[in-house]
Design a protein around this ligand. Sequence first.
Ligand code: PGA
Length: 251
Amino acid sequence: MRRPIIAGNWKMYLTPEEGAALAVALAPRAAARADVDVVVCPAMPLLESVGRALAGASLKLGAQNLYPMAEGAFTGEASPKMLVALGCEYCIIGHSERRQYFAEKNAFVNAKVKAALEFDLTPIVCIGETLEEREKKLTFDVVGAQLEGAFEQISAEQAAGIVVAYEPVWAIGTGHTATPEQAQEVHAFIRLKLGRKYGDKTAQAMRLQYGGSVKPDNVDSLMAQPDIDGALVGGASLKVDSFARILNFKR
Ligand code: PGA
C-alpha cells in the first residue's frame, strides 16, 4: 500500500508570522492523521519561522523551488543545502507557474530533481497540460514528455522515492477541478509510463498526487481513485479548516 501524501503549496502568500501560526494550528491535525504524510511548502522567507514552529512535529516542511547547485554566485537563488539546513524534507520542482512565468524547461527540472536527491530532499515533480494542449488532445504527449524529461538519468532506486504531482494547468487556481475520472486516466498513464521505464514494482511503489483546485468537497472522490495517492493543494491549504478537512479525506 502506498502511503498517502497531502502537501500544501502556500505559493507567495503569508508573512513569516502568519505562516508559523498556520503551521502551529495544523501540526496537531496532521499528527492525528498518522497514516498520511502531510507537508507544507511555504515561500522561502517563511521557511525559517515555519521550520521552527514545526520542530519535532510530524507535519513536514517543504520548499517550492531550489537552484540546482550546492552554492555559488547565483544571486536571488536558494540551494538544496540551504533548504535542508532550514529543515526542509521535500521540494516542489517544476510547478507550472515556474514553467510558465520563469521559462523552466524539462532539462532544468531534471537538474533540480538530481540536486534535490543529492541532498536527500524528496522532489515533488509537477507535470500537467494546458487547456489548449488538452483541447488539441495533446495531454498524454505533453505529460509523457515532461515525465521523461524530469526522470532523465534517474535510477529506479531514486525514482521510487520521488513524488509526481499531476496538475492540469487549467485546473490550478481556477476552481475547475479535473473530474476524478479525468485525473485517474492521466494518473494511470503516468504509472504505466513509469512502469515501462522502471518496472512495475517501482511504479507501483511511487506516489502520484493530483493538484488543481483540490477542495474539502472534492478531495474524497479524487482520493478514491486507484492511482491517486495524494493531493498538492494551493488555495485551500492556506486555511486551517479547509486543509485539515483535506488531510482527513475519506476513501
Ligand atoms: P490550487 O493550486 O489548489 O489553488 O488550484 C494547486 C497548485 O498550484 O499546486
